[in-house]
Design a protein around this ligand. Structure first.
Ligand SMILES: [Zn+2]
Length: 376
């Protein structure tokens, strides 16, 4: 086990170069060509390492791919990684890859191209040290995690169902901790319809849809309950047209999060039960809870305890904690598959301007990943 860490410490230049190469291919979720270009680089490395690579072709989204090692032997471990980022093409020109004080900055570096490097080098280290496991291992690279995994969810569930462990390779907590709970996420849209009328000549005959949606914004925002772990955030409003017409259309979009599965149905029912405030206006609500919450239950703690023991064998002292964001861990955990998240690199600023990876964490995280694959 010590050999893994020693070997990977010698691989930092190669890991940094691969990370830089991957960040230099822009791969926003909507950019199929970009995501597929990342997929080609990864598929080539997987084949080099001896994987059978299955490509799950998509018409609109980027293709998903699964690298399978030791097919059919032992109880499988599945690793989940996404290739898409939240950054539209052109971001890189404004914020090129740069290394400052041992940190690599660049769009999508931490979330989660560093995780690709961690997983791929973990396998390389297992080959190099003779610790190659006999069990089946699946590396699942998907293309649409950042927008809710609409085309990849089935693949994620199908590759998790019989797994002994699902390792979700999202970035670590800032202190290197693993992510043991995730909020469930949902997106709802509320459309208000009023009655158009001349804003001067017939003001009294109009029903102002913007006024109606304003009432709904305040109602929805007030549902947030931090104690209960339930949040509502109206993130977009649209409506109206010209100032001399009473507007007959306005809409809002709201992001909802829940900590506990039992609150998901409450959020759905309260959203679907919204009623108009103004006489003569109407509401239409659409949306759903897309990802269930991953709760930190006894099973999660038991899984973490095993990983912590393995971490100690390679000199890491691991902690665990919650994450407010959503991830595909919610899908595998909901199937009852032992799941832990946050096996990726240490860094900060996911989805933000200062997104970066602490380069010294790459060998450590790869060693952890390899050790878990070998010892589980
Ligand atoms: Zn991510």
């Amino acid at each position: 086990m010590q050999d893994l860490m020693a070997y990977l410490q010698t691989q930092l230049p190669g890991m940094t170069a691969l990370l830089s190469d991957l960040v230099n291919i822009e791969s926003h979720t909507d950019d199929k060509a970009g995501v597929d270009a990342v997929g080609r680089v990864i598929a080539a490395i997987l084949r080099d390492l001896g994987a059978h690579v299955h490509i799950d072709r998509q018409a609109e989204a980027g293709d998903h791919l699964v690298g399978v090692f030791n097919a059919g032997s032992g109880s499988p471990i599945s690793l989940y990684l996404h290739m898409d980022t939240v950054y539209p093409a052109g971001t890189l020109a404004q914020r090129p890859v740069r290394v400052v004080d041992g940190r690599l900055y660049g769009p999508g570096a931490n979330d989660m191209k560093a995780s690709h490097v961690v997983a791929l080098y973990a396998l390389r280290a297992l080959r190099a040290t003779g610790l190659w496991p006999t069990r089946e291992m699946r590396l699942v690279f998907t293309s649409d995690e950042e927008t809710g995994s609409h085309t990849s969810r089935k693949l994620i569930e199908d590759t998790a169902r019989d797994a002994a462990l699902a390792m979700v390779m999202e970035p670590a907590l800032p202190d290197g901790g693993l992510k043991s709970s995730r909020k469930g996420t949902g997106l709802f849209k509320v459309v208000a319809r009023g009655k158009a009328s001349h804003a001067g000549a017939a003001h009294a005959l109009g029903v102002n849809a913007i006024q109606e949606i304003a009432h709904q914004v305040l109602k929805v925002q007030a549902l947030t309950d931090y104690q209960r772990g339930v949040t509502f955030s109206v993130g977009a409003i649209r409506g109206g047209g010209v100032t001399n017409v009473v507007p007959d259309y306005a809409e809002l979009e709201v992001d909802t999060r829940v900590s506990r599965a039992e609150d998901a149905e409450w959020v759905r029912s309260v959203m679907m039960g919204l009623t108009p405030v103004l006489a003569g206006s109407s509401l239409e609500v659409t949306g759903e809870l897309n990802r269930p919450p991953m709760e930190c239950d006894a099973e999660r703690i038991a899984t973490f305890d095993r990983v912590r023991e393995i971490g100690r064998a390679i000199g890491l002292e691991l902690t665990h904690g919650p994450s407010g964001g959503g991830s595909d861990a919610s899908f595998t955990a909901a199937l009852g598959v032992p799941t832990l998240d946050g096996f990726g690199a240490v860094g900060d600023g996911a989805h933000a301007l200062h997104e970066h990876v602490v380069l010294s964490s790459l060998p450590e995280r790869a060693a952890l990943c390899a050790a878990v694959l070998s010892a589980w």
